[in-house]
Design a protein around this ligand. Structure first.
Ligand code: RAM
Length: 331
């Protein structure tokens, strides 16, 4: 090969290398979660990455604080603004505290949506719920009832943080619908902050201070797992049951140990996938996301935004000894 040829090839390679290094995805979406290290959000990220791949030229920046605080999320939001993302899709640790930072993002042209745990309407274009809130409340009470002898007895709630939008709505729904479950007696609600160790200690505390509690219902994947472990370690399997919203992959052991007979959840992969799809179409200007609009969401079909600025996905699904092995491989 002649020297000139070699040089020409070298230049082409250099250009290609430079080109790929300089190439930034056309649409950058910050996927902000309550905290890192939560399997539920990791599954949602899997779905968001899948959507990005399908849509092409989309980068998902999966990010969140190390602990479930609004302060941590505000720092993350400011970093995403500085990075020049096109959209932010957030599951909020507090519906109000993140609003000023999100408003700042919106002023800079960033499309903001919330998903999973919502932001107050003034801080986002729309909220994507995994399912209808009253249905989730009813599902949690039904699970409690199914674990109680004769559908009667005392139960307690182990939640995430005190400011978590989604858990607070579901707890509210449970309280509202208690009248339809006359045998159930809600004794207390405690908060494990979606931290494994705190949730574990709260579950232990519940068992000591409320020996009549027969069921702990945790509408959080972190809480339900920690409580199952606490019941097992306390040697209380069969006396105290745990149920709520859990990931099959994390709860397989609790089904096997008998700490829980059944629990529920929706598909977190689909939720993350849909959030990314919606954010993308907002950036592209295919929709304004206003109440009444319908947004294309790839394999999930069209997602309709209700009059309240919220959209809801599928019904939760129940997992038990019969199907746990199959689904624990998925999420
Ligand atoms: C935890 C989080 C999340 C919630 C699930 C059920 O992972 O609190 O927000 O949707 O549980």
């Amino acid at each position: 090969m002649k020297l000139a040829q070699k040089l020409a090839i070298g230049v082409v390679f250099a250009m290609a290398a430079f080109g790929s290094a300089a190439h930034a995805a056309e649409v950058k979406i910050g996927l902000v979660v309550k905290s890192l290290g939560n399997g539920f959000f990791e599954a949602a990220n899997k779905g968001a990455q899948e959507a990005a791949k399908e849509l092409g030229d989309v980068e998902i920046i999966y990010t969140g604080p190390t602990s479930t605080t609004a302060e941590g999320q505000i720092e993350v939001i400011n970093a995403l603004i500085a990075q020049g993302v096109n959209a932010i899709a957030i599951s909020a640790n507090d519906p109000d505290a993140v609003v000023p930072a999100l408003k700042k993002a919106a002023q800079r042209g960033i499309k903001v949506i919330s998903w999973d745990s919502g932001v107050a309407p003034e801080g986002r274009i729309l909220q994507l719920n995994p399912s209808s809130n009253d249905l989730i409340g009813k599902m949690c009470l039904t699970l409690v009832k199914d674990h109680l002898d004769g559908g009667k007895g005392d139960f307690a709630i182990l939640s995430a943080t005190t400011t978590s939008t989604n858990q607070n709505i579901w707890i509210e729904e449970m309280k509202k619908q208690l009248k339809d479950f006359p045998g159930l007696n809600l004794v207390t609600t405690v908060y494990g902050d979606d931290l494994s160790d705190k949730s574990y200690r709260e579950a232990q505390g519940l068992m000591t201070s409320n020996p009549n509690v027969k069921v702990i219902v945790a509408p959080t994947t972190v809480g339900v797992l920690a409580a199952s472990q606490a019941v097992k370690d306390a040697g209380k399997i069969g006396q105290v049951y745990v149920t709520g919203l859990g990931l099959p992959s994390e709860m397989a052991g609790a089904i096997k140990s008998g700490a829980t007979k059944e629990f529920a959840i929706w598909n977190p992969i689909d939720l993350g996938y849909s959030a990314a799809q919606i954010a993308y179409h907002l950036v592209k200007g295919d929709t304004d996301g206003a109440p009444g609009s319908e947004i294309e969401a790839g394999r999930m079909g069209k997602i309709k935004v209700g009059d309240n600025g919220e959209a809801a996905m599928a019904d939760p699904f129940v997992y038990n000894a019969e199907n746990i092995d199959q689904f624990s491989k998925v999420f």
